[in-house]
Write a protein that binds this ligand. Sequence first.
Ligand code: TYD
Length: 225
Amino acid sequence: MMIGSFFKGKVRKTMFITLEGVEGSGKTTVAQAIMAVLKGRGYDVLYTREPGGNKIAEQIREVILDTTNTDMDGRTEALLYAAARRQHLVDVIAPALSKGQVVLCDRFIDSSIAYQGYARGIGALEVEEINDFAIAGMRPDLTIFIDVKPEIGLKRISQDQFREINRLDLEQLTFHQSVYDGYLALARKHPQRIQVIAGEQPVDGVVADVTKLIEARLQHAAATE
Ligand code: TYD
């Protein structure tokens, strides 16, 4: 776990969990359900997502997701995501972890590696490097990849009339296919940190699988405290 070095000695048995997946994978729905379950079991959990209600990160994100910014360079996009991530980490995630909370974050570094590194073709290592500068080598303790194929996810989105369309949603299916392949490559590279959950089953099943996994990790962390 890299959190110890990040907090320079102020190590606590807390947990930083991230959720990942392609568009329409149901991360947000699953996150809400998991939050309710974990809170009900007495865990002090914080749910957040980039930009996390943070004003500076929010402003950066507006630039990234503006559908009129069609000429944004891929590296500019990657740097902006890394900058927003830094601000969100410093202002929201790090304080929560140092208070001993469990943090559940919707998307983090693996989104950048999958979207900018793989799908935009900037390169996984290059994107990892700029993120390492931004977040000082920190990694989540556990990353849950909700495995939904892009064609299924995009179909779900097209049926959701309330969902706001952003610049990355406008990409073609081949882009989202590369995002998906990127996630699978990351999961193979980090089999301990990144856990793959079957996401095409009914949402109750996804929630049950994810909750079981998180609880097992939390109990293991408590037992080794
Ligand atoms: P958002 O509306 O949060 O999408 P979702 O509900 O699917 O999480 O928009 C975030 C978009 O930005 C989404 O298309 C994924 C993309 N993204 C990146 O390309 N790189 C990143 O580092 C992050 C965090 C998101």
